[in-house]
Design a binder for this molecule. Structure first.
Ligand code: GCU
Length: 604
């Protein structure tokens, strides 16, 4: 009889992941989509939230007809009500509001949306409303009752509505505020568009009386034949049994779940495992069965580790042939499966085996498609530039976003690197902020690598990669812009770089702007020949960087940025894409494609 090791939950566990009771793998649950047209009200003065004496309605006078979340309808012609959702304009959800309405293009502030729906809930079942993401701050109400709030524009969250939902005429109202502020994550200044709105799917999720809230099923760190993880039941209140079933591996493991609801497990696999890799992105159908429900997930098994300067995937050294990607397509927030397939297909066409999803967690389609299409992934939280490192609430916010993204994506085999920051200025406060985030990541997930996009310094013409944080990272990654923000291109191939770290080095960004279709001398900025030459020279330079094990040039496609205002060239776009915002490839696309073809055989 095969040995199954079950450890009771109150032992200190290496992988304790849960945040705000996120229902993971939402797409494979019993869902009803609330996507579509929602009514909206723009409310720059937050009239629907505060009284004229700035008292918060939902605290001071929850039933006030003036509070927009009450969706109040005048009972007669003499009653004073100064808003009406049903007569208000419509926004498509999921979708950013900026590119849907011209007068909302630059809008940063509060905007309310409302969706009405009917729902017949089965007896004893639970019902949740699930948001893939709302940028930036959300206050959520159902039928006038506050469900809760969420901060952070790029991670999923859900609220239970079992006791509030009615069979008919429910109204779900969300106050969305995408104002930027210093203590936020990200902070005031970013080089991407601050798209506002409900930018990802909205779902109703019906769960049985006792339901599977969360689980983690991956190969145990450093083991090729041991699957370990946990299952978290919600609301069990008594001992339960769970079965992990992986038909193709003839695995049918019954696991005892203690009263507390969490079971940690590990078991050996005797059958041959086809390990996941970009060349063969094998996913196994995994069923997690309780006596109340069965959850299906497609999970691959692979090991990822570093050894000295090498990155080992399934024990073999790999070179990360990457590209950086923003969650944007055709000048709008990307949000659908089709968007994900389009972006990742371009990356595959480049010859990539890896993508850096910058600078924040992207929608779940990007991860499930990268799993299927065979692309390793760097996922990052928006601890970007001058975050308020001295502020504890900023730290807790960053930590929460990290917990939420790891909770959502820990079963996605494609994710090999969690990144905790990008281009953050050196200081003691910053160091301890990042070191704590790195430690938190390691407590949440021991099976993956941790990194951050660092900056470097120069001394006597030598580039030095010795940021103190490098000590705590598995992969030392840095951004450099030779030939764009400094340094000349002609001598770039002779440039010297050094690092004290005997760790894999990755160039997480390099690049330069080019207006697609603009041609000219390679020494003149903004044309395709300049960008092409910049790639040629940087790739020659990078090959000589010590311990170099990968790159993710900046960036796959042109993207909107309020910082980029050069008329006739940028017009509100960062033009460092290898593909324009209209999907047209630039010369440098083929330069990088040829480079990846060349090195592919060297490493794999
Ligand atoms: C930075 C930054 C990016 C930015 C890029 C650029 O390195 O990380 O977010 O867009 O440089 O300047 O184009």
């Amino acid at each position: 009889m095969q040995k199954i090791k079950v450890v009771i939950a109150f032992i200190l566990i290496p992988i304790a992941i849960h945040s705000q009771g996120l229902l993971i793998n939402a797409a494979n649950r019993n869902i009803t989509s609330l996507n579509g047209n929602w009514n909206y009200i723009v409310d720059p003065f937050e009239t629907g939230y505060y009284s004229f004496h700035s008292e918060v309605y939902d605290q001071k006078n929850p039933g006030s007809p003036s509070a927009f979340y009450n969706n109040y309808q005048p009972k007669n012609k003499s009653e004073l009500v100064e808003y009406n959702f049903d007569k208000s304009a419509l926004l498509k959800i999921p979708g950013d509001w900026n590119t849907q309405k011209e007068n909302l293009f630059y809008y940063e502030g509060t905007l309310w949306v409302k969706k009405s729906f009917n729902y017949k809930l089965k007896n004893n079942n639970h019902l949740f409303v699930y948001f893939g993401a709302i940028n930036y701050k959300a206050e959520v109400y159902l039928n006038g009752k506050k469900l809760g709030s969420h901060e952070g524009g790029f991670t999923a969250f859900n609220f239970e509505i079992t006791s509030i939902v009615k069979e008919k005429d429910n109204f779900l109202v969300v106050k969305i505020d995408n104002k930027r502020y210093k203590e936020a994550v990200p902070t005031l200044n970013t080089d991407w568009w601050n798209y506002g709105g409900i930018t990802r799917d909205v779902l109703l999720i019906e769960e049985p009386a006792v339901f599977i809230q969360d689980y983690f099923v991956q190969l145990k760190k450093g083991r090729t034949h041991t699957i370990s993880g946990f299952v978290q039941l919600n609301n069990s209140g008594k001992e339960e049994k769970i079965t992990i079933n992986i038909p193709e591996l003839q695995i049918e493991k019954v696991i005892e779940v203690p009263v507390e609801g969490k079971a940690i497990f590990e078991f050996d696999v005797s059958n041959k495992i086809n390990y996941w890799s970009p060349e063969s992105p094998k996913l196994y159908t995994v069923f997690i069965k309780s006596s109340y429900q069965t959850l299906k997930d497609d999970i691959g098994f692979r090991t990822i580790e570093t050894k000295g300067a090498d990155i080992l995937l399934n024990g073999k050294s790999v070179y990360l042939r990457g590209i950086s990607i923003h969650e944007e397509i055709n000048g709008r927030r990307a949000n659908s499966k089709a968007d994900a397939i389009k972006l990742l297909t371009w990356a595959k066409e480049l010859g990539c085996n890896y993508v850096r999803l910058a600078h924040y967690p992207h929608n779940e389609y990007m991860l499930t498609m990268a799993d299927k299409m065979g692309l390793m992934v760097w996922e990052e939280i928006p601890v970007y530039w001058t975050i308020d490192f001295n502020n504890t609430s900023t730290y807790n916010n960053a930590k929460n976003q990290l917990t939420e993204v790891i909770t959502r994506d820990k079963n996605r085999t494609c994710v090999i690197i969690w990144s905790v920051a990008n281009e953050t200025p050196l200081s003691e406060a910053r160091n301890s902020f990042l070191i704590n985030l790195i430690k938190h990541t390691k407590t949440l997930d021991t099976t993956r690598l941790v990194s951050a996009a660092l900056l470097t310094r120069g001394e006597n013409g030598v580039g030095i990669i010795d940021d103190k944080i490098g000590e705590y990272l598995d992969i030392v990654a840095f951004n450099q812009y030779r030939g764009w923000y400094g340094g000349d291109l002609f001598t770039a191939p002779q440039a010297k770089w050094t690092t004290p770290y005997n760790k894999p080095v990755v160039v997480s960004e390099f690049g330069g702007d080019a207006k697609q279709g603009l041609h000219g001398a390679k020494k003149e900025r903004w044309n395709e020949e300049y960008q092409e030459y910049l790639y040629q020279q940087n790739l020659l330079m990078i090959e000589k960087i010590p311990n170099i094990r990968g790159i993710s040039p900046w960036i796959l496609t042109d993207f909107r940025s309020p910082r980029r205002v050069l008329p006739g060239i940028q017009d509100g776009f960062n033009r460092k894409g290898l593909i324009s915002d209209k999907g047209e490839k630039k010369k440098a696309f083929f330069t990088l494609q040829a480079f990846y073809k060349k090195i592919k055989n060297q490493f794999n």
